[in-house]
Design a protein around this ligand. Sequence first.
Ligand code: FES
Length: 157
Amino acid sequence: MLSKEAIQKIEYELTKYPADQRRAAVMSALRIVQTERGWLSKESITEVATYLRIPEIAAMEVATFYNMYELSPVGKYKITVCTNISCMLREADVIVDHLQEKLGIGFNEVTADGKFCLKEGECMGCCGGAPLLHVNNTQMHEFLTPEKVDEILKELP
Ligand code: FES
């Protein structure tokens, strides 16, 4: 069942579109539910579709098309490292190798304790700070070095 907070946020998104175009809010609604729950289960996607009064397949198509939607648990901290061109030129591969070795996981894997998940990201529009990563799509860390990565991991409880 969608939380009261999620419904309030989805209702706000719906105000941006004509009343007969509830489908237009599907991306926002999926994002809102994912932010609250960490990932989108099939049940979560169904709940979004039901709330928007759209076919379940319409929400499923969106959730499975865009890679920002997580369709399996991602752990407490989802670390997304940009590996696109600017970051690649600024040695993002060193950062990726360091994270993979330190966490003992590859991309799209979760540590055994469920604390960390590692994702490969596309350009985050902040190439001037390359190489960089996001934690849970909110905290951005730029000008990474292996030492800085260690500090970031240490500060995540
Ligand atoms: S290439 Fe990494 S932020 Fe643009």
